[in-house]
Design a protein around this ligand. Structure first.
Ligand code: NAD
Length: 505
């Protein structure tokens, strides 16, 4: 065991680092890899149910005071956190690259998008303004308010270790809740840095907690009677489990799942711009994005020009250690890389044309890294696993269809509905697509239509279980519950017994 691999990523409970609830060494740990070298660089503590209970207890203790803190105080804490996060953006980005493998500039982009939600949450006094109706009926006023829920759980995936938690915790904290986060065990360190920033920003102990681990920690959060709501992001099977379990336990839950995003290219589209977009959105972050484009739906004869244009661009992509800022880094683990490679052989067996084989791509990096270059398939058939499954790697499939209607029917028949895009210069076709497509986030000549923080992020169908999407006004609604207050200041002339149902006059 090297010194580095002995380093332990601890939990963050009640404002301090803790290897376990008791302070003793954790009973279970996981390995954390540097994907660019394939080596174990540290271990991460896996929370037991008792560790989760300790974090929830700290959050429960912190809740009354944080709930009662003024809006001004909460907003100022958010502002201080925003300044610290912006100042340490590079440190956070480097921590992401070290454990996820994505390129430095991609990691910097992730932090910047997470910061946008923090900035949105700084406006919480405005966002929490209720309604007021003076003299709703004679001598009666009505007003509404929204109040925090209590302790909320946030469970996040490996592919955005900072941005995805940021979709939730800034709004949860700003609205007066206390939080227990469970980041992915594959890249746990960045969220620990975030916890330290909160402490530096003056957030009271116990308001923001982090526990690490696997299903054991998640399942305890889902069952814990003091956890009022759960925000989850990850693969669809786990999202379904989280939604069902947390709902059955009486919690409010939003569970964002997997994706298989289509980019429709109409014959009138600019081929060079469409090819650029397909390559950027297909292979950015090695395809490990829930908004990655994994299927190009080429309408009419467009594929004859588009496929060579994509292949040419792939040839120029530099694959290597994310720290040297190539175009694309490694995949997150060796097991995941091997799973993705399995789709290459399966695709060929299923009759698709392997135009570019990522296994042959030159790599500038350690031979033990979890490498796979960008792969392009043409003539992919919709009844194959290559088309249907979420591969979550640098594999782009081209499906050829004859008409816009066939393209739309294909997209709408998909199990997922996270993101989609149409590339065209025809405004009428774009506006039809916007209305007719059954997907939560739509791009018109924009391949990765991730909404701004003040809109809400979320897909349809198998991509989201629950009603409310992440951040934006949906986020504020999710982390608060409404109350309506009806007021009358009594006057002697209002007296008298009347058993009738109150009338509005
Ligand atoms: P994952 O489902 O394996 O893990 C997500 C979280 O759930 C992690 O914290 C993990 O520890 C935990 N977990 C894993 N298995 C569990 C189980 N059996 N029971 C309880 N908890 C469990 O996902 P991942 O591989 O980390 O991330 C990639 C997936 O996330 C992809 O499917 C991707 O599309 C999805 N994702 C979706 C969105 C979105 O907005 N819809 C955003 C990012 C990622």
């Amino acid at each position: 065991m090297t010194d580095a691999s002995r380093t332990l990523v601890p939990h963050w409970i009640d404002g301090r680092e803790a290897p376990s609830a008791t302070g003793a060494a954790p009973t279970r740990t996981g390995e954390v890899y540097d994907p660019a070298t394939g080596r174990v660089v540290r271990h991460v503590a896996f929370a037991t149910a008792a560790d989760v209970d300790a974090a929830v207890a700290a959050a429960t203790r912190a809740f009354p005071a944080w709930r009662d803190a003024s809006l001004a105080e909460r907003a100022r804490t958010l502002f201080r956190f925003r300044e610290l996060m912006a100042a340490r953006a590079d440190v956070l980005a480097d921590a992401i690259t070290a454990e996820h493998g994505k390129t430095r500039s991609d990691a910097q982009g992730e932090v910047a998008r997470g910061l946008e939600v923090v900035e949105f949450a700084c406006g919480i006094p405005h966002l929490l303004k209720g309604g007021y109706s003076a003299r709703a009926t004679s001598q009666v006023d009505v007003h509404s308010l929204r109040q925090p829920l209590g302790v909320v759980g946030i469970i996040s995936p490996f592919n955005f270790p900072v941005m995805v938690p940021c979709w939730f915790f800034p709004i949860a904290v700003a609205t007066g809740n206390t939080v227990v986060c469970k980041p992915s065990e594959k890249d746990p360190s960045p969220l620990l840095l975030v916890a330290r920033l909160w402490a530096e920003a003056g957030l009271p102990d116990g308001v923001f907690n982090v526990v690490h681990g696997d299903a054991e920690a998640v399942d305890r959060l889902l069952e814990h009677p003091d956890v009022r709501a759960v925000s989850f992001v990850g693969s669809t099977p786990v999202a379904r489990h989280v939604h069902a379990t947390a709902s059955a336990a009486g919690k409010r839950v939003q569970a964002l799942g997997g994706a298989k995003n289509h980019m429709v290219v109409l014959p009138d589209a600019d081929i060079d711009l469409a090819a650029d977009a397909a390559v950027n959105a297909g292979f950015g972050s090695a395809g490990e994005r829930c908004m990655a484009i994994s299927v190009v739906v080429a309408v009419g004869s467009v594929a004859d020009r588009l496929v060579p244009a994509i292949a040419e661009r792939i040839g120029d992509l530099r694959v290597g250690d994310g720290r040297t800022d190539p175009d694309m880094g490694p995949l997150v683990t060796g097991a995941h890389r091997d799973r993705v490679v399995g789709y290459l052989d399966a695709g060929v067996t299923a009759g698709a044309t392997l135009v570019v084989d990522g296994r042959r791509h030159a790599v500038d990096g350690d031979a033990s890294g979890f490498w796979l270059g960008p792969t392009l398939f043409d003539h992919v058939q919709p009844d194959t696993a290559l088309y249907r499954d979420e591969i979550f790697g640098p594999v782009l499939s081209v499906v050829r269809v004859g008409t816009y209607d066939e393209a739309l029917a294909l997209v709408n028949a998909g199990a997922y509905g996270n993101g989609t895009a149409i590339f065209t210069n025809d405004g009428r076709a774009a506006s039809r697509f916007e209305r007719e497509v059954e997907v939560g986030m739509v791009g018109i000549n924009v391949p990765i239509p991730v909404p701004m923080a003040y809109y809400s992020f979320g897909g349809w169908k198998e991509s989201l279980f629950g009603d409310l999407h992440a951040h934006g006004t949906d986020g504020v609604q999710f982390f608060t519950r409404g109350k309506v207050v009806t007021t009358r200041w009594l006057d002697p002339r209002d007296g008298g017994v009347d058993l009738g149902f109150p009338r509005t006059d």
